[in-house]
Each structure stands twice: as structure tokens, then as C-alpha cells.
Write a new protein. Sequence first.
Length: 369
Amino acid sequence: MSTDELLGRRLCEVLSIEAPIVQSGMAGVAGIDLVTAVSNSGGLGVMAALRVQPEVLRDSIRLIRQATSKPFGVNIWLHSDVRTSPNPAEIPEDVVRGSQTVLNHFRPRFDLPSTLERPPSPTDMIDAALEVMIEERIPVFSAGLGVPEADLVERFHRVGTKVLSMVATVEDGEAAVANGVDVVVAQGGESGGHRSYGHKLGRQNAMGTSCLVLIPAMVDAVGAEVPVVASGGVIDGRGLAAMVALGADGVLMGTRFVATRESAAAQVWKNRLTTGSRTTTLTDGFTGQWARVLTSEFTNHWADSGAEALPGLLQSAAGSDLFGAAKRADDDQMQPLYAGAAVAQLSGILSAAEVVSSTVESARNILGR
Ligand SMILES: Cc1cc2nc3c(=O)[nH]c(=O)nc-3n(C[C@H](O)[C@H](O)[C@H](O)COP(=O)(O)O)c2cc1C
């Protein structure tokens, strides 16, 4: 294998980038500053579009274009219960009561009133966001939590957009390739943030498969057709080298980029990712969908309560007063601090450019070329 192949030449060619590193789309973290810093460093910066108003998204895409001439991506979820939200009125009374009872346990901490009400109906914005992305002819569309359908892939291809699909199973990887995507991102169970399934699974199944097992299986299944990017637990060049050894063409990193200077994450989150004792857990108590976050008072109490999360993203709507107050107060126990399983090895808040260059350089050293 040549050096170029080892360091992801195939991925770089498909996406027209220089370093085989994709930065994850991350709501509240991956704004214009982080995206342009990563793209200007040779990787692929990806903006998060979930819950962004369509016209705000259009403006952001245009601002990114002003700040970089390099390719960038825009990410959104295709999850069936997020693309079209469940009707709050149809949630069983005992489910609403169970969830609100846990939230009520913590509301007094921020002087918030107790409630057993249903959350309001959210506005579905994903399809409108997809239209904006197509109209703006973005360089790369990055789909998470659901395989893009063939006609959506074709519409992106018609305007010259490459399509990247993040999946957590070989079956979904095969479906994505059958639908015409250009790159498959294989999400291992180590990953920070939400599990990349198109519908909600039970906790045991949602845990996912480790990269050590998933990456070679995905490479064997679809690697002959499209580049495979490994996602989950990669925070430095050792991770990139290991994923390349497993057959991946590059890596997608989330947690490492949260703790960068250009990330829009709150300082308390960056500090918790890089200092002190850190463990992670899978919870659906913050949003309604399973996500890996730093273990906290809230995640422990939610798990012990046995409460059932509201469907779609209605759990996050139900708890928005509590989680919002925690965010404003810099309370690290009552808000979702998404983090991958490798978080305890993170130290130091770097620039995005340092992350890209040091990861590539160290992988080159390890691989001996
Ligand atoms: C803070 C944070 C937010 C995330 N938000 C998204 C998102 O909006 N869309 C998405 O497809 N994946 C999202 N992810 C998941 C990542 O795409 C990826 O699977 C994960 O970050 C890889 O694991 P790592 O965090 O150990 O690098 C997010 C991850 C984190 C840490």
C-alpha cells in the first residue's frame, strides 16, 4: 500500500480535501468559525443544520462560502420521528407524567415551576433545510440518523453535491450505497452524541458495535464501492492510524473538535471534556433519542427512575426550561454534555488547525511513512 493510500487518498479525492479528517456536524458547536477553520486546514468542516431556521441556514452557508474557498459540508438528521414529529397529544398520559416527574425533581434547583403538561408541537424543518441545501448547491451533504433515500441523493448529485451517510450497521451501509451515496461513515458505539439509526431502538441495541468490529465489517461490505470513514473514539493520530489499519479511508471526529478554540461550545463543556474525572453513558433523557454524554446527576437519576422518554425530540421540548436554565447557569450536571468514550484521554483546548495537522502528522509517524 502506498503512503497516499494509507492516509486516505481515496477519500480526499472524492471530497476534494487534503487531509482525511471530517469534522462532525454538531448543533451548538459547529458554527461558521469551526467549519471554516477545519476546511481551511485541509479537512472537511461540517455545519450542523438541525433545528436551524431555513433562512438562517441559507445565510450561514453564504457566510461560510465567504470565509473559505475550500469544500465544506452541511449535516442534518433524517430520523423518521424527527423529520416528522410525533403529535404530543398522542403520547400516553403515564409517559408524560413519568418524564415530567423526573424533570420536576430538578426544577426547584433553578426556581422553575413544576408541570405535568405535554410539550408543544414543534415545527418540522428538516425538509425545508434540505431544499435550502440543494438550492445553495453545497459541496457536501452529510446525513446522520437515517439513510438518505435514492431520489434525495440524486437531487443532490444533480447540483454537484457529494453525499456522505453516517450509519451504525452494515445493513444501513449497504442500503446507503444502494441509494447512491458517495461516502459511508461507520459510527462505532464509542461515538459521542446521538446513535446514527433512522428510528429509535431499545437501549441494548442502540449501544452499537465497537469500531474494532464495525470498521472491518463495513469495509468488507461496501469498501470496494465507496470510501469508508470511521467515527467514534478518535481523538488523535493513534486513532487515525488504527482506523486506517482496520481498512478505513479516514476518520470523522466529534468530541475532539468540541474542545477547540473555534467551537461554539460553552467553556464549562470544554473544561469538562479536558480536565478531571470523566465517564460517559448512553441516555435518552435529554432529547428522547439515545446519545452518549458525560455521566451526571441528571443521567443517573433518569436511569434510576426507569422513566420512558417522550418520542422524537419531544423529550428535549419537555425539558427545555430545565436544560436551558442549566446552560445559562453553567451547571454541568443538568445539560447534555455530549462526549465520546475516548474523552478521558483529551487534554488541552487546541485550535482546529492543530487538531487536523497533529492528527495527520502523528498517524504518518505511527504508520512509518
Ligand atoms: C457534541 C456532538 C454533537 C453531535 N451532533 C451531531 C449531529 O448534529 N449530527 C450528526 O450526524 N452527528 C452528530 N454527532 C455524532 C458524530 O457525528 C460522531 O458520530 C461522533 O462525534 C464520533 O465520535 P467522537 O465524538 O468520539 O469523535 C455529534 C457528536 C457530538 C460529540
